[in-house]
Design a protein around this ligand. Sequence first.
Ligand code: ATR
Length: 286
Amino acid sequence: MMKDLTGKTQIAGVMGWPVGHSRSPRLHGYWLTRYGLDGAYIPLPVKPDKIGEALRALPVLGLRGANLTIPHKETAIPFLDEIDDLARRVGAVNTAIVREDGSLLGTNTDVFGFSQNLLTAGFSGQDSKKAATVLGAGGAARAVIVALEDMGFESITIVNRSLDKAEKLRDNLQQGKKLSVQPWDKLAGLLEQSSLLVNTTSLGMVGQPELEIDLSPLPLQAWVTDIVYTPLMTSLLSEAKKRGNPVVDGLGMLLHQGRPGFAAWFGKDPEVTEDLRSFVLGESLS
Ligand code: ATR
């Protein structure tokens, strides 16, 4: 049935360029229908140099806020009135909230998304929080590293093709001795010590080269997760699963990261369910 939009309808959206690929309208649209809320969530195509104007327009237009995706996550920061601690630590904002007084608060819910995805899959306990190996040093790695730090990991090692990029990330995140950097050729030794392996590179994504690593040194009780979710079962995850490691796919991170924004805009902390997973996957993923 067609939804009746009125002056009372609460509206939020996602700003990106391009924005057509974003699954957030599907995600938030599902929750709005599921909870019968008078709200709408729309794609907002915002060119890179227009992010400031677009953000400042949110309170002017009476919108509740917006998610920010590529290429706006970092460039949006100067246009927000305040960013919270998580966004400051990650150095990126993915959620903007219009407050009562019309000011804009920026936060980063990717951190929550990553840790909730692991925790709801059953990951817990001190033993599993010893050493994490993070593949990749791009934007996605930043939120993952902040999440791992907050989850209480004793050591976090970034492994990246370009070592200088990983070193910059380490220095920038200022996590002291917990965070270190190693080149790819040290991976086997690192895996031996790891209780969690995370892929944050684009390798293994549809249309990208495969991530080819030898998992044999990894202990069988170590958890393996991938932030890539197209395909859902990346070859990293299927290899790990085949040898008996617990694995967590990347779709849950996307779904859980939507929760804090939805709660702030529409007043309800929404649930991540199997039905939601299938709905967001649609028919285009396998
Ligand atoms: P995002 O912001 O989504 O993390 P990004 O900043 O482009 O994307 O980072 C992509 C990550 O995948 C980087 O760590 C990149 O390694 P480099 O820093 O060396 O570029 C990694 N990556 C992409 N293609 C790769 C490849 N063919 N081999 C190894 N690493 C690759």
